[in-house]
Structures are given as C-alpha cells and as structure tokens.
Design a binder for this molecule. Structure first.
Ligand code: ADP
Ligand code: ZN
Ligand code: ZN
Length: 668
C-alpha cells in the first residue's frame, strides 16, 4: 500500500497522510497536486510532498480522490524551500503553499497544460546596451571578483550611478552561460520603468511576475518556467521567489533596503531578499544586492566579511549629487515667516525652477488632508471606532478616514463633546499640500502620488508617465516618490518635514529617515545639471540631518551601530514578535500576560512586554505584542520548538478560544 503526505492550504502544522488507490499509483509523484477529502465531507486541493509505505497508526486514513497533474508542477527545490520558510518564519507549510501558488492552481479543476506557442525563436540579446564608464567597469570587475570568494555581493552605489546598466551586463553574461536570472524589485510601480529598459535589450527572454497581472497570466508564467523553454529572466516583486527555476544562476535584488520586501500579512511573513539569498545559495547561484542606501543588516554583513562590498561613489556622466540646504523651521515659525508648511526658501526655489521649465518633487510622508481634526476649545479628536487611531481628514471627499481599516465618517458639524462649531485641521498631509501649492502656483500643473491616488495600476503609471514626459510640473507624494524612479527635469526636491519621520517609535526610525531622505534627494538633478534639495526640519542640530546633507552613509552607520549594540537590537540580536489578537481587551490582556509568563520561564529576560503595538486595535480586534530578543548564537531549531509548544498550550485553553496567536520573525 502506498501513502502520500500532502501539503494542504490550512494553518495547521504538519503534513496530512492519505492512501493512494492502486489506480493512481503510477501517476503519483512529489510535486503533483491532488484532490483529497478534508473536514466535513469537503474536498480540497493539496500538493504531494512525499510518497511512502508506512501506514499511520491509530487513525483512519482516507483515500486520495484525484491527481491533477501528470508531471510535478512544484519542483523538489521549491518543496524544500517551502519547508525552510515554514520553519524559519514560524508558520505552517500550508500557509506557504497558499502564498506560493497562483489562485487558479489551487482550485479543484485540472488546468489544461498551457500551449507555449511552439518552438520559440532564440531571440538574440540585442547588442544595444551602452558602453560602461570606467567607474562602472571597475565596479563590474570588482563584483565578479567578489563572487569568486563569496556568493553574495552588496553594490553600494549612489543614486544615478548607473547600477542598472551594470545589472544589464551581468544578466547578459549569465544568460549567455545558459543560466536563469531573477531580478527582484520592491514595488510594482518600479517594474514598468525597468521592464521597458530590459525589454530593449533582452526582448522576449524576459518575463514579468507580480500581483497586478491576472491570475491566468501568472499561472502561464509558472507553467512556462516548468517547460523546456522558460523565460531566462524574471522581473518581479517579492512573490516571484516562489516561481520554479530550473537553472538559476543569478539573483539581483534592487533597492535591497526597501521594507516592502518583507511581507507583513498574512503568513508567511517572509523577507523576499533573505529568501532569495537562501534560494540562490542552494542553487549555487550568485546574488547582487544593489542600493544607494543599504539596510544596516546588509551593510553589517558586508563589513564583517559575510558579503562582498563594492562601492560606486560617482554619478554617471559626472552629474553632481544635489546640494542640500537645511531650513530651520522652528526659527522661521518664531519669526512668523512660514506659510503653512512652506518656508520662503522652498517657495523661492520652486518659483525659479518652474520659471525655467524645470520640475519639482515635494515629499511629505503622510497622506490625506490633515493628520486629524481637533476641537480647539476642548481638545476632542475623532477616532476610528474600530482601531486605535485618529481619523485622517480627506478634504476632497469631505470625509474622515481610518488608514488602518478604511472606516469613513462625515466630518461632524460640531464637537460632540462641547458643541463648538469650529473644528480645526491639524498637521499636513499630501492632499493639503497639493491644495495649498495651487494657491501659490496657480499656473503649475500638479500631481499627487500616494495610496489614495494610486489604487489602480494604471493610476500609478499615468502619474509617473505624465511627470516624466513633462505634462505635470510638481509631484507631491509620500514615500512613494522616494523610490528609485528616474526623472530628467527635476531640479528641486522639497522635504517638508524631516521630523515627522524621525520621531517614530521604532529603533529603525533614523535608518529609515536617512534612506527616505537620501533617496528622494537622489531624484534631483539626474541629468546635466546639479539639483537642490530643501530639507525643512524643526531640530536642525540632529547629526542625522547633517549626515544626509553630506551623504555620509558611513557616519550614519557608525552612529546607529553604537545604538544597536548598546540597546542590543539587530544585527546584534534576532527579534521575534509574538502577536495576540482578540475581540475583547480583557481576554487579550489575560492571554498576553499568560503568554509572557510562560515565555519568561523558558527565555528569561529575553522576553520583553507585553505591550500595545503603535496601533493597538485594528478591525475591532485588540492587539498585544511580546518581543523576544535573542542572541544570534542561540540554536534556532530549539527556540522554534519551544515557541510552537507555548502557542499550542495557550490555544488549548478554553478561555482563549477564538483568539489569534502568530509570530513575526525578523520584523520590520
Ligand atoms: P541607478 O540605478 O544607479 O540609480 P541608472 O542605472 O538608472 O542609475 O543610471 C542613471 C542614468 O544614467 C540613466 O538615465 C542611465 O540610462 C544613464 N546611464 C547609466 N550608465 C550609462 C552608460 N554606461 N551609458 C549611457 N547612459 C548611462
Ligand atoms: Zn470640543
Ligand atoms: Zn479603523
């Protein structure tokens, strides 16, 4: 009798054993999908992880109903990657399976195997790519030398240093050797600019993979990668680490510092850069991490000899890095020289840029009209009834919105606490900045790029297209405008409030602020002429502000490393968050205390909390969090085992039924 252990898309740990009817025996292979009974008279689609002949004892084993594939659709390298992800990120392999496969492949119907259009013409790499500058060439050589010693290399190259051109050369070499390339980007918005550039060189050998494509398109890419004519290059966002690769030779992670590489919700809460590195190491492939502002983790790995490090200090074509002028907002406020969030310096620079046909980017890391509204008489602030946050004012829609759950409400005509009728907006979001700018520059064409204006893929692209082609003059936006976009005519960048970013309750706040401000500054003056950045801050004495001005990444790194070491934060420790959610605050509090006690018995003072995360209630669920700070030297396997055990103990208690407990490993 043959049995199969099956991965099912459920949040229960382990594999599920089924018996294989004799009629299906010849068809069954690890990596094939099966239909099996699960739960109350239901069937579901799973994946065979392995075949064996050990009958499970003490349980009735049900039969496999159907096998959907004649050949595996998940490679053994993928199955073992899934297992690694489940282990490392403390989730179930079923949750990884759910995230990995395009939805169609998880349905009960057998999908007809895709017709791949016959024998594809081996389209030659067009010899159209530019000649590298001496600086780019020596970086290219250094990267290749570094790969002789270490599989991972970090390319720290200032904005506009021509990193992409270096990648193109490395890709061409890899595919000339018959290798496949995975090119990871943090954001869908960046893929279109890049895809155009890569298509011009690699034509049909390039495949693109991300969630804004239809499920059918994604399924098609999956099947193509299994065929004998896979795409040589895949460009995609984090989910493309799940694709099958038969001969992976090179992984490029562009903008490696970006937080978006980490999946927040749901499980698996994985970091695509780190998964890609593991995947590449297993396939004996090389990895290049590229960025102008490395994550401190990667830079630490490079400085301690775990990764190679190649630095590119000059911009391509001798374009100078922008000049950054600090503006003391506190002083100007005192002198009553600020107009709302705008300093006279910023307005003057904008005026002269616009007069000479140049463009402007304004960066404010907060969307909406105002942060919130407040009653000036009694101080009342409207909050979301489901989440623990003030509602954000959106003037255009005339409503207040919760940025966590999407709840909206009318702006009240009067304060419900004291009946006062003049409620006042507080703080500046991108929407308000856009509106105010119109009054200063009525002739300018203004666009806004934030979550509210880019709900669809086309919206993103048309905003970027209009700005690149000069149809708009001023682009106002949140961190979205800091991403690696390449614009030709931007001569002025305004950072409206450095303080908003710096004073977040997060040990990474300074690192993030440095990254965002350096990146947005890097959008200025990319061709021909030097750009100017106006950096407005309340506290201009902060060393970080000056490190940004001097583009002194190393100084920031040294400062932050001192802090991280002193307060034992990553990369000196490993963090794991334990999250607990429940509809009742009293239950979640009890659960959190109980969990903390159990964890303390095992891990002692490495357990911190419980506390409330910055937003402690979302969608009517109260949230508590426990932080585990673990020395990197501790054995991970044992820790995982203990954490699963504590979770099981808690979930077996009646008091905590219907609570959620989950882990976030290496949280960002
Ligand atoms: P980065 O990725 O480092 O920000 P890019 O690769 O986007 O920089 O290069 C910045 C600009 O310089 C782009 O417009 C690019 O086309 C141009 N560029 C870079 N290298 C070359 C080269 N070797 N020849 C011609 N143009 C180049
Ligand atoms: Zn009031
Ligand atoms: Zn809410």
């Amino acid at each position: 009798m043959t049995f199969v252990d099956v991965i099912l898309p459920v949040p229960l740990p382990g594999l599920f054993t089924y018996a294989l009817p004799a009629s299906l025996e010849s068809q069954a292979q690890a990596g094939c999908r099966v239909v099996v009974p699960f739960g109350n008279k239901k069937v579901t689609t799973g994946v065979i992880a392995r075949l064996h002949d050990q009958e499970p004892v003490g349980v009735t084993v049900k039969d496999v109903v159907e096998i959907l594939d004649d050949t595996p659709v998940i490679l053994s390298s993928q199955l073992s990657l899934w297992q690694w992800m489940a282990d490392y990120y403390l989730c179930t392999i079923g949750e990884v399976f759910k995230a990995a496969l395009p939805a169609k492949m998880k349905t009960l119907r057998t999908s007809s195997l895709f017709h791949l259009g016959g024998i594809r013409e081996e389209s030659a790499v067009r010899n159209a790519f530019p000649v590298l500058s001496p600086a780019q060439l020596s970086a290219l050589t250094a990267i290749k030398e570094s790969w002789q010693r270490l599989p991972v290399c970090l390319l720290h190259g200032v904005t506009s240093s021509g990193k992409t051109e270096i990648y193109i050369h490395l890709i061409a070499e890899a595919i000339a050797h018959g290798e496949q390339v995975l090119y990871l980007l943090p954001e869908i918005v960046l893929t279109s600019q890049l895809t155009d550039r890569l298509r011009a060189v690699f034509g049909e050998r390039l495949g693109v993979y991300h969630s804004k494509f239809t499920d059918k398109q994604r399924e098609e890419v999956w099947y193509r990668q299994l065929s004998d004519q896979p795409y040589d290059i895949i460009v995609g966002v984090r989910s493309s680490v799940f694709l099958p690769f038969q001969r992976l030779g090179l992984v490029i992670v562009d903008e490696e510092h970006e937080v978006n590489f980490k999946q927040q919700d749901p499980a698996p809460r994985y970091h695509a850069r780190n998964v890609a590195i593991l995947m590449a190491t297993r396939a004996k492939a090389r990895v290049l991490l590229g960025t102008a502002t490395p994550s401190l983790e990667s830079y630490y790995n490079a400085r301690t000899g775990k990764y190679g490090l190649v630095t590119l200090k000059e911009r391509f074509g001798q374009v100078l890095l922008p000049e950054i002028e600090i503006v003391d907002v506190k002083e100007l406020r005192r002198k009553r020289m600020m107009t709302g969030p705008f300093s006279p310096q910023l307005l003057e620079r904008m005026r002269s840029a616009l007069d000479s046909g140049q463009q402007v980017i304004l960066f404010q890391n907060r969307r909406g009209y105002a942060t919130h509204i407040q009653c000036p008489v009694c101080g009342w602030v409207p909050h979301c009834p489901h989440c623990d946050v003030p509602l954000t004012l959106h003037a255009r829609s005339g409503r207040m919105t919760c940025h966590y759950c999407g709840f909206t409400a009318e702006i009240p005509a009067r304060c419900p606490a004291c009946e006062n009728e003049q409620l006042r907006p507080h703080g500046f979001g991108t929407e308000r900045i856009e509106e105010d700018i119109c009054t200063f520059f009525p002739e300018a064409r203004i666009a806004r790029m934030d979550l509210d204006t880019t709900r669809t893929r086309n919206a993103y692209e048309s905003i970027i297209h209009d700005f690149s082609s000069g149809k708009t003059d001023i682009l106002v936006g949140t961190q979205m405008v800091t991403k690696g976009l390449d614009f030709e005519r931007v001569s002025v960048v305004g950072i409206l409030s450095a303080d908003t970013m710096l004073h977040q309750p997060d040990f990474r706040a300074f690192e993030r602020s440095f990254q965002m401000m350096s990146q947005v500054s890097g959008r200025a003056g990319r061709r021909q002429q030097r750009g100017i950045v106006i950096l407005q801050a309340m506290d201009v004495t902060l060393p970080l502000i000056h490190q940004i001005v001097d583009n002194d990444f190393d100084a920031m790194y040294q400062d932050q490393m001192l802090q991280r070491r002193q307060f034992t934060y990553p990369p000196f420790t490993r963090l794991i968050f334990v999250y607990m959610k429940h509809r009742h605050a009293s239950v979640v509090d009890m659960l959190a205390r109980d969990a903390t006690q159990r964890l303390r018995n095992l891990f002692g003072t490495r357990v911190l909390g419980p506390d409330e995360p910055p937003v402690a209630r979302v969608q009517s669920l109260f949230i508590r969090r426990i932080m585990l700070k673990l020395e990197s030297s501790l054995p991970l396997a044992r820790i995982r085992q203990l954490l699963w055990q504590v979770k099981a103990e808690l979930q077996n208690q009646k008091t905590y039924t219907s609570s959620q407990i989950y882990f976030d490993v290496d949280p960002l």
